[in-house]
Design a protein around this ligand. Structure first.
Ligand code: ADP
Ligand code: MG
Length: 655
């Protein structure tokens, strides 16, 4: 048999079951083999009947002494019985399982596992799971795998199929362990067939840990190989030749309305050094919100333009594109041709061909490649904010271009350990916030104080402040939803703040209207903007000094940190108020309380990493990372092992 064979090749798997398995993403033998348990139930700890106490959910081995179907008043049946072991006996009751007396008979030795009746003084088992004791038991008396299921596929059936399959695993001709023995020894990894057996039917928790380690290793190895291949390809491709005329750059920097920070200058020098190399740059520019990445990106573009190439700045939203467009135009003072390309804009071919900088949403990706023959530098702002499809499109598009230099901008703080292992193939420059910035005062506001905050907010607006009011939803798609929507909040806030101008913003608003709203907000014609997280990425509103976040529990801390960075950008005092209705949820509260006091983005990211896994960070790396079944990016130790192994194996293959 081959792992690529259809599941119907297996005994007891017919066309009907195959169709149902399809719903679980299982169509081949391999898919079934890699249908990894969701979790395990340990029923291996067998208790004696006399030792049971009410708090137990025990597993016992006992013999059936009596078992009867009894008709009760409603016409339904209950099954009552008694079982015993050498220590004593207890009653058992099942409800409405009339076939049970056919499966179990007096005298049978069975595993029973379940809860005890809380109402009786003497222990009594209620609706326990059962399995007759055999030479080999699959469902009780051991560490039992629990799987994702679908209608018509029972866990018992699935276990039986996987048991057969993994017992006969040696018969799978194409399931070869390609990992060298030396590597397995060096990094303490199980053989592949062994780990596939053990992940389904472990004899101990060690088995689970070891088999998961091996399978996770394989998944990560795949990723590292991909990164290594990409790097190899990049190092062997030719880049657009960029000449740097330092005088011109220095002059530009001199004329800026502020002095560049040391870390900005360092990042610029990193980028210029990359230009001098024969292969294209691939650099990640990481800097907290408001650290001034845009100006660094613009300066990176200057020599590119001077050398006769174009730069594209790709943004995840049209709002952000619009904002970059106006800031960059201001900085350039009309010296270069900058165009804005969104789905709403009407640039001609010539406009695109003749421009120096194109600021664009993903809509540029749908333009013909020929239009961008002169592309020298691609800057991607907050790549992880692009949709999955857009990112695929982006990678695709990028691969069709003559490799331009690539600069990724991100405000997602990346813990060092993650940066090392996942971004090892990318160069990283980090810029720090200008020192003067005052930290945003953050408060988790109890519901009881929410009303009190209104008059305080009014006072702040009267003093000239402006408010972002963030909600997780746009509208109330379902009235039971406890989450605040922009629509609902807007009508409430408008009522509460009659004397001020309140407007709302979200991703579904037409881009002309969005621009109008943001311009009005910038001019302080609007004092309160109720919005979804569309304002999260990159929006620069220097006068905004308060951000309120409804349903704060809905957001990752890294995201909250991004949102918080939207205010206080003008070095004024600024506040972030968190509202959450989950006041009784300790986990939520401790996470938000941590966020209240911690101002350091990297520390917040590390905390998030340990609590929720690296969703945000993970999103920052390139698209095309497969869904992980076993591996987890928060297992830094395994990531490190795998990276080292990948390099050894990769090198040995090249030799
Ligand atoms: P982000 O890194 O979040 O993209 P921006 O590039 O939008 O940040 O910069 C935030 C603000 O800081 C902008 O108004 C920008 O002009 C300003 N800025 C950038 N660099 C400096 C600096 N060295 N000193 C003072 N202000 C700066
Ligand atoms: Mg930005």
């Amino acid at each position: 048999m081959l792992t690529t064979d259809k599941v119907t090749t297996l005994a007891f798997v017919g066309q009907k079951q195959a169709q149902k398995l399809e719903r679980l993403g299982i169509s081949t033998v391999r898919d079934l083999l890699y249908h990894i348990p969701k979790y395990y139930k340990d029923t291996s700890n067998i208790k004696t009947l006399s030792s049971l106490t009410k708090e137990d959910s025990p597993t016992v081995i006992a013999r059936i002494k009596e078992l009867k179907n009894i008709r009760i008043r409603s016409g339904k049946f209950i099954q009552k019985g008694i079982c015993y072991d050498e220590s004593g006996e207890i009653p058992i009751t099942w409800f409405n399982q009339p076939y049970l007396t056919k499966n179990l008979r007096v005298g049978d030795l069975v595993y029973l596992s379940g809860k005890l009746n809380p109402k009786t003084i003497k222990p009594e088992m209620i609706s326990p799971e059962y399995e007759i004791v055999k030479e080999k038991n699959l469902h009780l008396g051991r560490i039992v795998p629990v799987y994702n299921l679908t209608k018509g596929i029972s866990v018992k059936w699935l276990r039986a199929r996987l048991d057969n399959l993994t017992e006969e695993i040696a018969g799978l001709e194409d399931l070869t362990d390609t990992l060298d023995n030396k590597i397995k020894e060096k990094f303490v990894l199980l053989d592949l067939p062994v780990s596939l057996r053990k992940i389904h039917f472990p004899d101990s928790t060690t088995d689970i840990i070891e088999s998961r380690k091996r399978l996770a290793f394989d998944e990560l190895l795949e990723i590292y190989f991909k990164l290594l291949r990409e790097r190899e390809k990049r190092l062997h491709s030719k880049s657009p030749a960029i000449k740097i005329e330092h005088l011109i750059i220095d002059e530009f920097i001199q004329k800026l309305p502020f002095q560049l920070t040391k870390s900005q200058l360092l990042a610029i020098s990193d980028i210029f050094k990359d230009y001098a190399k024969p292969y294209p740059m691939h650099r990640l520019l990481q800097g907290d919100v408001g650290s001034g990445k845009t100006i660094v990106a613009l300066i990176a573009a200057l020599p590119v333009i001077k050398s006769g190439f174009q730069t594209i700045i790709l943004t995840p939203t049209s709002v952000l594109a619009q904002q970059h467009f106006s800031t960059i135009n201001t900085f350039l003072n009309g010296k270069n041709k900058v165009i804005l390309q969104t789905s709403a804009s009407k640039n001609s071919r010539e406009d695109i061909e003749n421009s120096d900088i194109i600021i664009s949403t993903h809509s540029i990706l749908y333009q013909e490649k020929e239009l961008l023959k002169r592309l020298g530098l691609l800057i991607i702002d907050e790549e992880h904010r692009f949709g999955v499809d857009q990112r695929k499109q982006l990678v695709d598009y990028f691969n069709r271009l003559n490799r331009p230099h690539l600069l990724n901008l991100t405000a997602t703080p990346i813990p060092r350990s993650v940066a090392l292992s996942l971004f090892g193939q990318m160069d990283v420059s980090i810029i720090e916030k200008p020192k003067a910035r005052i930290p945003v005062k953050t408060f988790l506001v109890p519901s009881s104080k929410k009303d009190d905050s209104i008059s305080w907010l009014k006072q702040k607006i009267k003093e000239g402040g402006q408010i972002f009011w963030i909600c997780p939803l746009i509208d109330e798609s379902d009235s039971d939803n406890p989450m605040m929507s922009v629509e609902k909040t807007y009508s409430e806030v408008k009522e509460l703040f009659k004397e001020f101008n309140v407007e709302f913003l979200h991703g579904k608003i037409k881009s002309n209207e969005k621009d109008r709203i943001l311009k009005d907000f910038k001019k302080n014609k609007i004092q309160i903007l109720v919005s979804t997280t569309v304002i999260e990425v990159g929006i620069d509103m220097p006068n905004a000094n308060i951000i309120i976040i409804e349903n704060a529990e809905m957001f990752g801390l890294a995201q909250l940190h991004q949102l918080r960075g939207r205010v206080g950008r003008n070095n004024q005092e600024a506040w972030c108020l968190l509202y959450s209705k989950l006041e009784n949820d300790e986990n939520v509260m401790s996470r938000l309380k941590y966020f209240e006091t911690e101002k350091n983005g990297i520390k917040i990211a590390e905390y998030d990493l340990s609590q929720r896994g690296p969703g945000e960070v993970y999103g920052t790396i390139q698209a095309g990372i497969p869904n992980l079944k076993v591996a987890n990016f928060s297992n830094l130790e395994l990531m490190d092992i795998t990276r080292r192994a990948a390099e050894i194996i990769y090198k040995s293959k090249l030799e």
